[in-house]
Structure formats: C-alpha cells, structure tokens
Design a protein around this ligand. Structure first.
Ligand SMILES: *[C@@H]1O[C@H](CO)[C@@H](O)[C@H](O)[C@H]1NC(C)=O
Ligand SMILES: *[C@@H]1O[C@H](CO)[C@@H](O)[C@H](O)[C@H]1NC(C)=O
Ligand SMILES: *[C@@H]1O[C@H](CO)[C@@H](O)[C@H](O)[C@H]1NC(C)=O
Ligand SMILES: *[C@@H]1O[C@H](CO)[C@@H](O)[C@H](O)[C@H]1NC(C)=O
Ligand SMILES: [Cu+2]
Length: 369
C-alpha cells in the first residue's frame, strides 16, 4: 500500500475508534442486522459507583434526569397522562409490571430499560457518563444506611427521607415494613420539586403528587455483602435469579425472604415511599441507581463463568398468581429467543433476551467499574 492510502486508513481507524460507535446506539444497531451487532462496541461507557463520582459528575447526572423530565413525551397515545420523556419510562414500567417481574426475563428487561434510559440521557440531554450504580452493600446497616451519600441534600444528590407519618392500620393496601422511619415528601436534593404523576400502582390516569421516601435502615441489613454473596454463589441462572428476585417471598410473605432486589426497593420506599411500588417505583429517580446495581450483580455473576453465562437464562415465562396455587402445569422457562420490548420506546425494533446478554455486544456497550 502506498503512503497516502496508509494515512487514509489510519485516519479512518482513528475516527471509528474515537467517535462513530463510541456510545450504545439502539437506533443504528438494533433493527434486523443481528450478525453485525457484535464487535461494534469499541469504547464502552463506564458505569461507576455513586460515591466515586465527583460533585460535578454527580450533578451532571441529576441535572440530566431533571432535563429528561422536560423533554417531550413519545408515549402520549397510549399513556395520555405521561408529560415527558422521564414519564415515558416510568409509564412503560407501570404498564408492563405484571409481565416483567417474578419471571425469567426480569433481568434482561430491566437491563434494556436502564440502558435505553441512559441512551436517552445522552441523546436528549447531552449527558456524557454512564448511569451510576449504588452499591448499597456499602451502606447496609441500621446505623449507616440513612447517611448514604446517595441521600445527600445538595443539587448533586437524591435527597433524603420524608417526615415520619403513622400508618393507618385500617388501610389493607399498605404493607407494613419493619423499621420504617418516614413516609412524607422528599424535602431536599435535586428532586425536591419533582412531580410524580403516574401511578400509584397500575393507575396511569395521572395523579400529580410529591416524591416520597420512607427509609428503613433496619431492612437495609438485607442488602449487606453476605446477602449479595449468597446470590452470586448460585451456580445456575434459575437459582441466581430466584434468589436475587426473592421469589420465595411470594410463598411466605416473610420480609426476610424478599431478596436484594426487593430489599433495595423497600429499604428506600418503606410502606409509603414512591420506591416501594412494584408498578410505579421508577417515578423515584433512585430506581435507576438501584437497578444499575442489580444489573451489575448479574454482570458480576456472568463474569465468573463468562463463556457459559453469556448464553444462560431460565425462569418462568409468566409470573404465578400473587395469591393462590402455582399454575399447573408450571410456566415454561424462557429461552434466549424470548421477545422483550418497551412499548413505544423500542418500536419498531425486535429485541429478544439474547440481545441483552452481553453488555459489550449487540446494542449494548458498557461495563461496570
Ligand atoms: C379503623 O377502624 C376502626 C373500626 O372501624 C375505627 O374505629 C378507627 O377509627 C379506624 N382508624 C383509623 C385510623 O381510621
Ligand atoms: C386512578 O386515578 C384517578 C385520578 O386520581 C382516579 O379518579 C381513578 O379512580 C383511579 N383509578 C383506579 C382504577 O383506581
Ligand atoms: C422469617 O424468616 C426468618 C429467616 O428465615 C425466620 O427467622 C423467621 O422466623 C421467619 N418469620 C416468620 C414469621 O415465619
Ligand atoms: C425451569 O428450570 C428449572 C431449573 O433448571 C427447573 O427446575 C424447572 O423444572 C424448569 N421448569 C419447567 C416448567 O420446565
Ligand atoms: Cu421493575
């Protein structure tokens, strides 16, 4: 090859490596071109633990979320009460909750959700970083939990607990969480004026209200390192997922059985906080910190036996009824071909569980630090 050609080739390589495919780009990569998806991820986004971010980096993230809550909605047709792009994600979760929890595709679906959320923060709000995760095992414990830097009062952080409110013992819709300490509106931090609209529960008609927290430092004991290690020590996906989702809780309704996913929600949401709701918890921006950590734990588990676990999924296609006997015959286990979607947010793409297995392949391009 002559000299000019070498220079052109070298320049092309640099442009590719630095710019073109540097971020996950669902639009360009997903539709119909499965074979080409691999190896386009050259410059993965780094997802870091919340407390390792500088003040400026933390604020860039909370600013970007507030920005997304001012961008136009694209789910108006199905969810008229959705006011903005932030609501689009929350509303999609509300509408799909019954089909995406206590099922085998729980982890892949939420991986898709938070990755696309990250992508919208990039595309709509110019956010540069990865979605941060909250390693709550570092804060687990009755004396430490409420002091987590996540709950900081500044514009860079998520704000703290709400005022303490008594539960109405006659209200059977409220699940009593032991050790709860709040219940009122969040009064400081980047989201003190955040208006929560969708929910509560599966109600998507629009109920504007404040963001609430009801921290349970007591419950946070279920998020300690030993509990994480118990989940990570599972040797097959079915067991790993079963422990992580605390599937046995739905047999015993014993709080001790709720697992790290449930405890992450209820230690923040208690009995009256936004995060406690299986449907509308994504209305609290801390949902994404928690689910990035849940996703990271899956990633850590995959890394332990990468070749095998990059292709291993299992777990029921549909959830058993909340009260009542399990279905007979039992629900089939999912395979890599199981389709998942985020309604309008992923239309018209065809996405399967397979596409969510590798954080460095397919439409994904990130690692956890
Ligand atoms: C709960 O119900 C009982 C019996 O109907 C009633 O006397 C009591 O005032 C109710 N408590 C609250 C807090 O509403
Ligand atoms: C949903 O919320 C709206 C507005 O508060 C209320 O009027 C409606 O009854 C609720 N729907 C259900 C099914 O609870
Ligand atoms: C709940 O589970 C814990 C831990 O397994 C156990 O010690 C406790 O007795 C159980 N509580 C009830 C009410 O069964
Ligand atoms: C799903 O997989 C698990 C773990 O391999 C197995 O125990 C269970 O029987 C399977 N369920 C069905 C319905 O095949
Ligand atoms: Cu969820």
């Amino acid at each position: 090859m002559n000299k000019q050609l070498w220079i052109v080739a070298a320049l092309a390589l640099i442009v590719c490596a630095v710019g073109v495919f540097s971020k996950p780009n669902f639009e360009k990569i997903i539709p119909g071109t499965n074979q080409k998806w691999r190896n386009v991820c050259r410059k993965p986004v780094f997802r870091r633990e919340w407390r390792t971010l500088s003040y400026k980096e933390q604020k860039a993230y909370t600013d970007a979320i507030n920005c997304l809550s001012k961008r136009k909605t694209i789910t108006h047709a199905s969810t008229p009460a959705a006011r903005n792009r932030y609501d689009d994600f929350a509303g999609t979760h509300v509408r799909q909750t019954d089909g995406i929890h206590r099922v085998g595709h729980f982890l892949p679906w939420h991986r898709l959700m938070i990755s696309l959320f990250e992508e919208h923060l990039h595309a709509e709000c110019g956010y540069q970083g990865g979605i941060p995760y909250w390693d709550w095992s570092l804060d687990a414990g009755e004396s430490k939990y409420a002091k987590s830097p996540v709950f900081g009062p500044g514009k860079n952080a998520f704000g703290g607990n709400g005022d303490y409110l008594d539960l109405n013992p006659n209200d059977t819709t409220v699940f009593p969480i032991p050790g709860r300490t709040g219940g009122g509106c969040v009064k400081d931090g980047a989201f003190k004026d955040f208006v929560v609209t969708l929910g509560p529960g599966n109600n998507i008609t629009g109920n504007p209200r404040c963001l609430t927290r009801d921290l349970s430092p007591f419950l946070s004991e279920l998020l300690n390192k030993e509990e994480v290690d118990k989940v990570l020590s599972a040797t097959d996906y079915f067991t790993f997922d079963y422990r992580l989702q605390g599937m046995n809780f739905f047999n015993t309704f014993n709080v001790s059985d709720m697992g790290i996913h449930g405890a992450g929600h209820f230690a923040v949401g208690g009995s009256l906080g936004t995060m406690n709701n299986p449907y509308s918890s994504p209305c609290d921006p801390s949902f994404y910190l928690h689910h990035a950590q849940i996703d990271r734990i899956w990633w850590l588990w995959q890394k332990r036996e990468y070749k095998k676990r990059l292709h291993e999924v299992s777990g029921p296609e549909t959830a058993a009824p909340l009260f009542g006997p399990p279905p007979n015959p039992p629900a089939k286990n999912i395979t890599l071909d199981f389709p998942i979607h985020l309604n309008e947010l992923t239309s018209p793409w065809n996405i399967t569980v397979r596409d969510m297995m590798d954080t460095l392949g397919g439409p994904l391009c990130y690692v956890y630090l």
